[in-house]
Design a protein around this ligand. Structure first.
Ligand code: 13P
Ligand code: SF4
Length: 341
C-alpha cells in the first residue's frame, strides 16, 4: 500500500505577512536572504495562525533551524527540557519539531494529547543502533545489573530499562542507583564519558551519533591554533578524547547556559551546527567558530512539513499501552533526578 502524504501549497507573501513577520526578519536577516524570506515568512505566518486556531503547542529541539526555533516554537530546549515541557502542555495537540524518539517521549509522558511529528522518518542513529531483543540478551548476560538507557532510543527499549537518562544527567542517574555496575545503552561514547566521572563500572553498547562521532581532537587543536582565545564546548556524544580537549562538556541546553554565563568572546560548539546559529542570535557580540555538521534527521523537519502537520493533523505518534506504561516508569524515575549540567 502506498500512503500519500498531503503537502501544502505555498501561501502568498502579502503586505500583511511582511508586516507581521518584520521583527522576526530583522533578527534573522543575516541568515536568510530576502528571496528566501519571501517564501518562508508566509509559512511562519500561517503556522502561527493555525496553531492558535486548533490549540496546538510547538516544541522545538535546540538543533532546529532559527526560522523554527525563533519563528514558530513555544518551547525550545534539549531532550530533558522538552520532556519536562511536554508533561506540562495543556493544549490538545503537541507538534514536535525534533526527532521521533523525542515525540514518542512526549506521548509517553502526556498520553492524552495528540502528538504530531512533521516527518515520521526523522530518526536517530543511536535509536537505530539497538533492538529490544539486544537488551533482553544483555539482561540475561548480566543478571541483576540495572539497565540505564539514554533517551535517544525507541519506547520499546525504554520499556526494557530500569531508568532513562539524558546528556544533562547521565552521571547522576548512574550514581543514583546505589550499585557497583550498570548496563548503559546505547551510546558508547556517552557511556565512556560517564565512566571517566564515576567509580561505578559502566557496561557499554556500541551505538554512535553520526554527527558527534565525526569530530576529532586534531581538528579541535587546529581550531585553537587558528582562533586564539577559543573556548570549546562539546556534547558528551563526542569521543572521550574530544571531550577531554574541550573546556566544558554538557547537553545542548548545558552548553547554551554556559555561553549565557561566560565572558568568552570566541566559542566553538562541538555539536550540530544549527545550535551555533541559535545561540549566536542570543549573543550577537560573541564570535562563533562554526564547522557545519548537520544532523540529517533533525533537518527533515521544515516549515513546509510543520504546516502540513498542523493542517492535516499528520503524523500522529502513538505508543502501545503496555510499552508505554513500562517506558513511563523508566522516564519518571529519571525525571525525579532532574538536570545535572
Ligand atoms: P540533548 O538532549 O543534549 O539536546 O541531545 C540530544 C541529541 O540528540 C544530541 O545529539
Ligand atoms: Fe541522533 Fe545524533 Fe541526530 Fe542527535 S544529532 S538526533 S544523537 S543522530
Amino acid at each position: 500500500m502506498t500512503t500519500i502524504t498531503p503537502r501544502v501549497e505555498q501561501p502568498e507573501y502579502t503586505p500583511e505577512v511582511a508586516a507581521a513577520t518584520a521583527t522576526l526578519y530583522e533578527r534573522l536577516r543575516d541568515l536568510v536572504p530576502e528571496p528566501e524570506w519571501r517564501l518562508q515568512a508566509p509559512l511562519i505566518h500561517e503556522i502561527l495562525r493555525l496553531k492558535k486556531e486548533i490549540g496546538a503547542v510547538i516544541l522545538a529541539h535546540n538543533y532546529q533551524v532559527p526560522q523554527i526555533f525563533y519563528g514558530i516554537a513555544d518551547f525550545q530546549g534539549d531532550s530533558l527540557g522538552l520532556a519536562q515541557a511536554a508533561m506540562e502542555v495543556e493544549e490538545a495537540t503537541i507538534v514536535f519539531c525534533g526527532v521521533h524518539f523525542m515525540a514518542e517521549t512526549a506521548k509517553i509522558l502526556n498520553p492524552k494529547k495528540t502528538v504530531l511529528i512533521p516527518d515520521p522518518e526523522a530518526g536517530c542513529s543511536l535509536s537505530e543502533s539497538i533492538t529490544a531483543d539486544d537488551v533482553r540478551l544483555l539482561k540475561q548476560r548480566y543478571p541483576g545489573v540495572p539497565v540505564v538507557t539514554y533517551v535517544n532510543t525507541p519506547a520499546a527499549i525504554k520499556a526494557e530499562s530500569d531508568i532513562c537518562c539524558t546528556s544533562a544527567n547521565a552521571r547522576a542517574v548512574v550514581e543514583s542507583l546505589g550499585v557497583d555496575r550498570v548496563i548503559f545503552l546505547p551510546d558508547e561514547y556517552l557511556a565512556r564519558n560517564v565512566q571517566k566521572e564515576t567509580d561505578i563500572e559502566v557496561i557499554a553498547w556500541k551505538g554512535r551519533c553520526i554527527v558527534h562521532e565525526q569530530f576529532t581532537v586534531e581538528e579541535l587543536r587546529a581550531y585553537r591554533e587558528q582562533f586564539p582565545g577559543l573556548v570549546i564546548l562539546a556534547h558528551p556524544e563526542c569521543a572521550p578524547d574530544v571531550c577531554d580537549e574541550a573546556d566544558f562538556v554538557g547537553s545542548t541546553t548545558g552548553m547554551t547556559r554556559y555561553v549565557d554565563g561566560s565572558n568568552a568572546q570566541r566559542i566553538l560548539l562541538v555539536t550540530e551546527c544549527s545550535m551555533s546559529d541559535n545561540v549566536q542570535k542570543a549573543h550577537p557580540e560573541k564570535e562563533f567558530v562554526r564547522p557545519c555538521t548537520l544532523c540529517p534527521h533533525m533537518k527533515k523537519i521544515t516549515l513546509e512539513n510543520t504546516l502540513a502537520s498542523l493542517r492535516y493533523r499528520q503524523h500522529e505518534v502513538d505508543v502501545p499501552a503496555d510499552i508505554r506504561a513500562r517506558a513511563y516508569n523508566a522516564l519518571a524515575r529519571m525525571l525525579k533526578i532532574g538536570r545535572e549540567d
